[in-house]
Design a binder for this molecule. Structure first.
Ligand code: FAD
Length: 414
């Protein structure tokens, strides 16, 4: 934790989130991992009671009206209970409200945000389909207008809260002839409208979040439940990248932090060759690498939060959020494995939680947009920015700072 960058209010928020993390009984964590709990309603309800859900939601709708620079502090702390805890927390309180706050009508805000913030209702986001998640605009879930309703048909897969949630933010094709910019619409669908949960997945980790296939079979959704414009899901999707990917990155740091803490403590107690293993550089340098990785991740999170909070250029924000998701999740995966290596054989057993953390962390590089898709976005935004720089001729042309820069006939490009 970078306490030195925190205001007094942020330190208090950090402490509140820490208290919340301490509140969770260990049996609850074990029951989630054993799939005995299908969706952590009691956990979320406790977060709601403490007004910790919807930290960035404006106060008049039940949130705290905070910024990303605050939110990421809470996300790290809440992450320590386990990746899926903070994921369900983030989907219901950060991700789905983002669409409503930015694109919803006043009626939608009043109807949906307060019960979400109080954890009387839980929300899920439905993008991924059985045919694929990366090619988002290739969606085949269809919504056809019929009078004052849309009739929704299709399936979404791997939906956290598929079991357990009451509200589903669903993207569907409404103009199949259109391109990405005008073919899809975003809907707020209530379970009672007829959403069916058909299959709960057996997962390697991150269990207990109700990850399911949800089916829409002629579900009638009133047109008042369109979020934003009809055929206007494109800007919503772009906005949602921030809580999905940036939020995920921030929570990943917290979810892996116990691996470093447990391995550090173990290395100071466990003896080999007559001394504690932290005296071997082969061990303590692994701890050092893990510390460096987490601190670097935090630095990237804090600077990205500043960029988003201060309304920096959207292209830059997209790049920072995407590079953050890829960079942080890969560093955290390394941290989990470094921790396990320090523990030796006992790290591979359920005597310590390292094996669970490794199982959980593996997902981080796949979900909310795989890390390959993050690379796709980063390179796109980077090339766009670089072309602009070249056009503006605003920087030194470093290419010529070498002896033979002007050698005849050597700079061949075709
Ligand atoms: C436990 C869990 C929870 C999830 N929760 C949710 C949720 O709540 N809501 C939701 O909507 N989704 C959710 N997802 C879905 C997740 O976001 C997707 O799995 C992810 O986006 C990848 O989509 P896919 O699985 O269909 O893989 P595919 O899109 O089929 O991709 C397969 C592989 O091809 C690569 N690939 C695809 N296209 C390209 C390209 N252009 N360039 C380079 N590589 C490419 C991918 O990186 C990946 O490695 C969840 C998934 C899991 C496992």
């Amino acid at each position: 934790m970078f306490e030195f960058v925190m205001t007094e209010e942020q330190k208090l928020l950090r402490d509140e989130a820490r208290e919340m993390a301490k509140w969770v009984p260990r049996e609850y964590i074990l029951d989630m991992d054993a799939d005995k709990i299908k969706y952590p309603k009691e956990y979320l309800q406790e977060c709601g009671r403490r007004n910790l859900i919807g930290l960035r939601v404006p106060k008049e709708y039940g949130g705290r009206g905070l910024k990303w620079e605050d939110d990421i502090i809470a996300l790290e702390e809440l992450g320590v209970n386990g990746y899926i805890f903070v994921c369900t927390y983030g989907v219901t309180g950060d991700v789905v409200p983002e669409a409503i706050v930015h694109f919803g009508t006043e009626e939608q805000k009043k109807k949906y945000l307060p019960p979400i913030c109080k954890a009387e209702k839980f929300a899920a986001e439905c993008l991924t389909e059985p045919r694929g998640g990366s090619d988002f605009f290739g969606s085949t879930t269809m919504a056809v207008q019929d009078g004052s309703d849309f009739v929704l048909n299709g399936q979404k897969r791997f939906i956290v809260g598929g079991e357990g949630a009451d509200y589903f933010l669903v993207y569907a094709k409404t103009n199949p002839e259109g391109g990405p910019a005008n073919s899809m619409t975003c809907f707020m669908v209530e379970r009672e409208m007829g959403v069916k949960t058909e299959y709960l997945y057996g997962l390697m980790g991150c269990r207990g979040g109700g990850t399911a296939r949800v089916v829409f079979d002629n579900v009638r959704v009133p047109k008042e439940n369109v979020i934003g414009e009809v055929n206007g899901a494109f800007p919503i999707f772009y906005q949602m990248m921030i809580p999905e990917r940036f939020g995920t990155a921030a929570m990943t740091i917290g979810s892996v932090r116990p691996a470093l803490e447990i391995a550090t403590d173990y290395s100071m107690k466990r003896k080999a060759f007559g001394q504690t293993i932290n005296n071997f550089q082969g061990v303590s340098f692994k701890i050092a690498d893990a510390v460096i990785k987490l601190d670097t991740c935090r630095a990237l999170m804090y600077s990205t939060a500043r960029a988003v909070d201060t309304g920096a250029d959207p292209s830059l924000c997209r790049r920072l959020v995407s590079e953050g998701k890829k960079f942080v999740t890969e560093q955290c995966w390394d941290v989990a494995n470094l921790g396990m290596q320090v523990m030796g054989g006992i790290g591979y057993t359920d005597i310590y939680p390292l094996e669970k953390i490794v199982r959980d962390m593996r997902l981080s590089m796949i979900w909310v947009g795989s890390n390959e898709i993050m690379q796709l976005i980063v390179q796109h935004e980077w090339y766009t920015a670089r072309k602009k720089e070249l056009k503006n001729n605003s920087k030194r042309e470093s290419e010529f700072d070498c002896i033979s820069a002007f050698a005849e006939g050597e700079k061949i490009y075709e």
